[in-house]
Write a protein that binds this ligand. Structure first.
Ligand code: UDP
Ligand code: BGC
Ligand code: MN
Length: 327
């Protein structure tokens, strides 16, 4: 014992190769445990070997709500709808943001379809459902802006995908990742529009932007209440901030839109057409940088992160001037 203690204190031990090996092993172990383990993994292949290509979205009617499907717990998906490929480091870290109110059967179909689709793409992803609280007029732009702000609190996503709840992608070669230089419009060919691009400046449905690109455009306008034109406004913001939109090939970027009526509380708003004409004047002061909302709760459901937000109310018309719509 005495000898051991002596050896421990003596400098000889510290100089011995054995102790150096021990020290290196301790460092390596703690790095593997405490630094992100994924950093040690090899990057996933450029083309995922799990892709299957064209796959029409088959819906069985009547559609079930997520609750009726048992809010399916999945072994591969972590609480909040988070997933990482188990055996490689993903090339994209994508937050999927879905604006939402009262579409429970569409939500069930989307989650059922999207999780396997994204996993075949070997993405690191999380699905955020941003629900508008109350029965006031719907404001998709505010929900998207709030969703991005909340998602960026959780992680440094390399890509944000803005996703209607009723669109089901039909070919997993349509990758839910971002290009560093240009925003992408992913829902090019929707069955509702005969699988053809609806119009050259179409920028609704499903869109992918990096957080940097989103900040550059100042995000969505907060002023478009009700249905229409908030996506055309974002298109103009992209152009005004010096970028261009890219699209995947029409043969791949195919979607089924679940049929529905226009929702109560989201009626077409003719004022939005006037607002669209003012984009050039308003875009730098109205958007991600002027957003106000209250996060009422954030719950980690098995298949998605549920954000309930109060985005405020459309001001009554007698208070509305020609140009401003206070929160
Ligand atoms: N939305 C919703 N509840 C509503 C209104 C809209 O969840 O009451 C969301 C949903 O994600 C939907 C998107 O907003 O897909 C766009 O609205 P809608 O589907 O009516 O527009 P469309 O693209 O079909 O004209
Ligand atoms: C509207 C868009 C809408 C698109 C597809 C356009 O006329 O301006 O807001 O997304 O139609 O329905
Ligand atoms: Mn729709």
């Amino acid at each position: 014992m005495g000898h051991c203690r002596h050896l421990w204190r003596s400098r000889r031990l510290w100089r011995s190769p054995f102790s150096l090996v021990l020290l290196a092993a301790a460092f390596a172990l703690s790095y593997a445990f405490f630094a992100a383990p994924s950093a040690l993994q090899a990057e996933c292949p450029v083309v995922s070997p799990l892709l299957i290509g064209p796959q029409p979205a088959n819906l069985t009617f009547p559609l079930l709500t997520l609750e009726a499907m048992g809010n399916k717990r999945s072994t591969s998906v972590s609480a909040g709808g988070l997933y990482r490929p188990p055996d490689c480091r993903a090339r994209h870290r994508t937050a999927i943001v879905v604006p939402y109110r009262k579409r429970p059967t569409h939500l069930g179909a989307l989650l059922d379809h999207l999780h396997p689709f994204l996993q075949r793409q070997q993405l690191h992803y999380r699905i955020y459902l941003v629900e508008q609280w109350g029965n006031g007029t719907f404001n998709k732009g505010r929900l998207y802006n709030a969703g991005v702000r909340e998602a960026l609190r959780d992680a440094t996503w390399s890509c944000i995908v803005f996703h209607d709840v009723d669109l089901l992608p039909e070919d997993d070669r349509n990758i839910y990742g971002c290009r560093r230089d240009k925003p992408s419009h992913l829902s090019v060919a929707i069955d509702k529009f005969a699988y053809r691009l609806h119009y050259p400046q179409a920028f609704g449905g499903v869109v992918a932007m990096t957080p940097e690109q989103f900040r550059k455009t100042n995000g969505y306008s907060n002023q478009f209440w009700g249905w229409g034109q908030e996506d055309d406004n974002l298109w103009q913001r992209v152009i005004l901030s010096g970028m261009q939109v890219v699209r995947p090939p029409v043969a791949i970027a195919r979607y089924k839109m679940i049929k529905h009526q226009r929702d109560a509380g989201n009626e077409r708003n003719p004022r939005n057409v006037d607002l669209l004409r003012r984009t050039k004047l308003d875009w730098s002061s109205d958007g991600f940088n002027s957003l106000t909302y209250k996060l009422l709760f954030k719950e980690l459901e098995p298949l998605y992160t549920h954000l309930m937000v109060d985005v405020g109310k459309k001001a009554p018309s007698y208070l509305r001037g020609n140009t401003t719509t206070p929160a």
